[in-house]
Design a protein around this ligand. Structure first.
Ligand code: GLA
Length: 353
């Protein structure tokens, strides 16, 4: 554990290193329970950092791209920034307004990505691990109940980074935890991910309305640029004249994973990058994955290696429940009640082909 800088509130943050197999190393911070760096070898054995981020906490404070962060209480959007639960209306921060339409995004103005988590270095099933813990108090960003959250990152020597989430509450609350890592499998700071080849195990996706809230429809991907059942380059169809791609300026949609529910993480997506030969596989217990192509990056943030992060220089595969579930009774429930244990696991595995 080494210092990672001091926040504006004078909190001291730290950085932790987990050593994986040859050429594989992960760095994490207790600020936002964030994945800061992930070095992985390419097909010639050259190790590079393949996630976007900053080299100290200063970069993350006041920044709103959620690089590598743990996102909560509720990942993605809740329409109008309010919901009712058990007959009571709860008002959340409306911290985002796509198309001028306000909504709540990624837990609010100061979500879990902006908190200092308690951290313990551990070994889990023989794998080096860091366990982060956070207490989100009653009323936090408008959410009901005191929520205790646990996020454990562990790395194997097979290139797999496993993220286990657990949470309990003393009052019913919505919860939707995810990791918001942006990958560039050539190496972070490389200008584009359009050449990456993506497969997603989904025959349906969630179309959104003008405010980027799901319409409630589970639409078939057939004959659309959202069909990634067979491998396709990100760049091949991203500029297609398609109303959904236009609304979000690229891919920024939830894909419906099948078969679900699962208690064991199953394959959700793979991404292959032909220059480096790196292959990312994503396994999860979650029912959805948000595929986001860095449409809102604009080159103004300069990353850890001193290079800017322009539009589409990273992609995210945020494993999660569906956005706006508190307003959509037909979506899988995101309500956690007292006495229940929230559990979720996602594995990102980096290899070569
Ligand atoms: C998610 C959202 C996007 C955007 C990013 C962060 O992927 O769906 O619309 O807010 O997070 O910039």
């Amino acid at each position: 554990m080494i210092p990672f800088g001091t926040t504006r509130d004078g909190e001291e943050t730290h950085r932790f290193t987990l050593q994986g197999g040859p050429g594989s190393r992960v760095e994490l911070s207790d600020y936002g329970a964030t994945l800061v760096r992930w070095f992985a070898p390419d097909r010639r054995g050259r190790s590079e950092d393949v996630v976007l981020g900053f080299d100290s906490v200063a970069g993350y404070v006041g920044h709103h791209s959620y690089f590598g962060a743990t996102v909560g209480r509720y990942g993605n959007r809740i329409a109008q920034g309010r919901f009712s639960l058990d007959g009571k209306v709860h008002v959340l921060a409306a911290n985002n307004q796509p198309g001028g339409i306000p909504c709540h995004l990624h837990g609010g103005r100061s979500g879990f990505d902006k908190r200092l988590w308690a951290a313990d270095e551990q070994t889990v099933d023989g794998r080096p691990a860091v366990r982060f813990r956070l207490r989100s108090p009653e009323g936090d960003e408008g959410y009901p109940g005191t929520l205790d959250v646990d996020v454990t990152y562990s790395i194997g020597n097979d290139g797999a980074l496993r993220i286990d989430y657990e949470a309990t509450t003393d009052r019913a609350t919505p919860i939707n935890l995810t990791n918001h890592s942006y990958f560039n499998l050539v190496g972070e700071g490389h200008e584009s991910v359009l050449g990456h080849i993506v497969t997603i195990q989904a025959s349906r996706y969630l179309p959104v309305s003008a405010g980027m809230i799901p319409t409630g429809k589970l639409a078939p991907v057939d004959d659309t640029p959202f069909d990634f059942r067979a491998p396709a380059r990100i760049g091949d169809r991203i500029e297609h004249r398609n109303e959904q791609l236009r609304l979000s300026e690229g891919y920024d949609h939830t894909f419906v994973l099948e078969p679900r529910p699962t208690s064991e993480p199953t394959l959700a997506a793979t991404v292959y990058e032909p220059i480096s030969g790196r292959l990312l596989e994503v396994f999860t217990t979650e029912p959805g994955v948000q595929f986001y192509t860095g449409n809102f990056l604009d080159g103004t943030s300069v990353g850890k290696s001193g290079r800017p992060y322009p539009r589409r220089s990273g992609f995210c595969l945020e494993t999660q429940h569906f956005p706006d579930s508190p307003h959509q009774p037909a979506f899988p429930s995101t309500i956690l009640r007292p006495g229940m244990m929230f559990r979720s696991t996602t594995i990102y595995r980096l290899g070569i082909r």
